[in-house]
Design a protein around this ligand. Structure first.
Ligand code: SF4
Length: 341
């Protein structure tokens, strides 16, 4: 007699199949790479799946742009991302909103700035800045799931990425898989994301232009332990922010920082903290609904860390190895990691 069919297992297998792309179908794999642990896990997972490094490219959004602003990001991040890409033999391109986060925040009867990105041929392309309406922000993004008020995520990341996909010639041909590192356990809204779907910039049935782009979140169901496990398997040295004690390597002065995160920046890197506190006073509008960043820092405790990592994180050149002989979990692993990136 035939064994009874396990309908639940069959349903699960079908669902998981629908949630995973056939990697052999794609011409290129673009990983939107912040330098944080989840983006490291995405690249390492692609490599473990057998994707040739020549087909993988890293795209990194410079939150502060390429001009003079240093308001938000870790100075070392761009260099860390480049060092990681170089070690694994991956192409690496930068993209940014001109003037970065700070210019967007200081808009006063102005349009949003154009987006610029490095192209395959080494040139920098610029798009946008001429459409949309003139308006005024003059306040920090708010710590909300609503992207209309948490405007940094769209202005310096999501929209920037979309411009790259729509205007860079190589994405207008063949099939591209865009890979990102959101995980369900990070937040209820991230839990709702699909693991695999056509990308919002996909235009595979377009009349004039056909652009085949899918989106894949390979670590969507992973736990943080699985993320650190793949980083350990490859002995990758994580971003210096984790060695200082942060649970995420997002912006150094991320609007979602915890009291101890603010206390750490104020204690060890006051030059990064003071401009934020000064802008809050100038705008008369704080990041947190009821507390200033100073009040938040007062209620936190600076992370205990090796001062060497402060110097490294605060520099523009990452000189540490990407691969380490004896790998250990950094102090930021499994620590507070509030907020989206
Ligand atoms: S890391 Fe924080 S401050 Fe930076 S863009 Fe993301 S949400 Fe905004």
């Amino acid at each position: 007699m035939n064994a009874p069919v396990d309908l639940f297992a069959l349903l699960q297998a079908t669902k998981e199949h629908a949630e995973a792309p056939n990697l052999a179908d794609y011409d290129r794999f673009l990983v939107w790479f912040s330098g944080g642990k989840d983006s490291l896990a995405c690249v390492l997972h692609l490599l473990e799946c057998g994707v040739p490094p020549a087909k993988i490219e890293i795209g990194h959004h410079l939150v502060d742009g390429r001009e003079s602003s240093r308001l938000m990001d870790w100075p070392v991040t761009e260099s860390y991302v480049q060092a990681f890409a170089k070690h694994f033999g991956l192409k690496c391109y930068m993209s940014w909103r001109k003037g970065g986060f700070e210019r967007e925040m200081l808009r006063e009867n102005q349009k949003t700035a154009p987006v610029a990105f490095e192209s395959e041929d080494g040139t920098v392309h610029e798009f946008g800045g001429d459409g949309g309406s003139e308006n005024t922000r003059l306040k920090f993004p708010q710590t909300s799931a609503d992207l209309r008020v948490r405007y940094c995520s769209s202005a310096v990341k999501i929209d920037v990425g979309a411009r790259v996909l729509v205007h860079e010639p190589r994405f207008q041909q063949g099939k591209t898989l865009v890979v990102t590192g959101e995980r369900a356990e990070e937040s209820p809204s991230r839990a709702m994301y699909k693991a695999f779907e056509p990308h919002r910039c996909d235009l595979r049935n377009g009349k004039k232009v056909q652009r085949h782009i899918d989106a894949w979140r390979p670590v969507h169901k992973w736990t943080e332990a699985q993320v650190w496990a793949i980083i350990e398997r490859h002995r990758v040295n994580p971003h210096p922010a984790y060695w200082i004690g942060f649970g995420r390597a997002s912006c150094r002065t991320c609007i979602f920082s915890s009291p101890s995160g603010w206390a750490t920046v104020r204690h060890y890197m006051p030059k990064a903290f003071i401009p934020i506190a000064t802008y809050e006073r100038r705008f008369g509008y704080t990041i947190h609904r009821t507390k200033t960043v100073d009040q938040l820092a007062d209620s936190g405790v600076p992370f205990e860390c090796d001062a060497r990592w402060i110097t490294i994180a605060d520099s523009f050149e990452y000189t540490e190895p990407i691969i380490v002989d004896s790998w250990t979990l950094p102090p930021g692993a499994f620590k507070e990691s509030a907020g989206p990136s």
